[in-house]
Design a protein around this ligand. Structure first.
Ligand SMILES: O=P(O)(O)OC[C@H]1O[C@](O)(CO)[C@@H](O)[C@@H]1O
Length: 241
């Protein structure tokens, strides 16, 4: 794709298409700066009556431990302020891990048990290859679990916080096995700083040291990126792996 807007539009068109064919679709959703354009485009399509989310169910990938839903840095807040508050989704169909649960291990188990048949999972890519909050070294067999965030991830995400000390040290994330069970995965990458990770994801060895490499084993992944992120690849458009 030539630029960020084109890639966001392409991803939105795929998701809208899925919902038109199967109104009761289940979507797996991601946070971070990369999918913001996708959400803007889906909001627009919803307002223009081109797609309705009234029968759609969503499961978010992850949430920080210790931030309330009203904390502007929580992923609850992100999803509502970038997407859910502007579409016709029914609130009981929205699922995001509860990072304030008293029993966090139980929350992981409950969340995993609720996730069923994700038709399309949207993913972003961390600079160290993380997907969701699955950091390097995470087992490919992992289900929804608690994680300690790496310093590099905390540093990358500190741009949203006052100081790096304010970035939570732990999170709940869907596991790699949970993600891999999705029927289709749309991986979104934007900007030159992702180029090296994208190259490693596509051409590197499949290893738990680089979690996103597991996607090479999934039968239905679409990588959608802008030119800057795909610049180390021979073809700079969209890849169906
Ligand atoms: O889209 P961004 O902001 O580059 O983030 C990439 C990834 O990092 C995270 O924000 C977590 O660090 C993920 O939620 C996201 O998929």
């Amino acid at each position: 794709m030539n630029n960020y807007d084109e890639m966001s539009e392409r991803a939105a068109a795929m998701i809208a298409d899925q919902i038109k064919h199967v109104p009761h679709s289940t979507l797996g959703l991601a946070t971070g700066s990369t999918p913001e354009g996708l959400y803007r485009s889906l909001i627009q399509k919803n307002r223009q009556d081109k797609v309705s989310f009234k029968d759609v169910t969503t499961f978010n990938l992850d949430e920080y431990i210790g931030l309330s839903e009203t904390d502007t840095n929580s992923y609850h807040f992100f999803m509502h302020s970038h997407f859910f508050d502007y579409i016709d989704i029914q609130h009981h169909n929205i699922h995001i891990p509860n990072g304030l649960a008293n029993d966090l291990e139980q929350e992981c188990e409950n969340y995993e048990a609720k996730i069923r048949n994700i038709d399309i999972q949207v993913l972003g890519l961390g600079l160290n290859g993380h997907i969701g909050f699955n950091e390097p070294g995470t087992s490919f067999l992992s289900r929804t679990h608690l994680v300690h965030l790496t310093e590099s991830t905390r540093k990358a995400n500190s741009r949203y916080f006052k100081t790096i000390e304010d970035v939570p040290e732990r999170a709940i994330t869907m596991g790699i096995n949970t993600i891999m069970k999705s029927k289709k995965i749309i991986l979104l990458v934007s900007g030159e700083r992702k180029a090296e990770a994208v190259e490693r994801l596509m051409n590197g060895e499949i290893s738990e040291d680089f979690p996103a490499s597991v996607l090479q084993r999934h039968p239905n992944v679409v990588l959608i990126g802008d030119k800057a992120a795909l610049k180390k690849l021979r073809l700079q458009n969209e890849f169906i792996c």
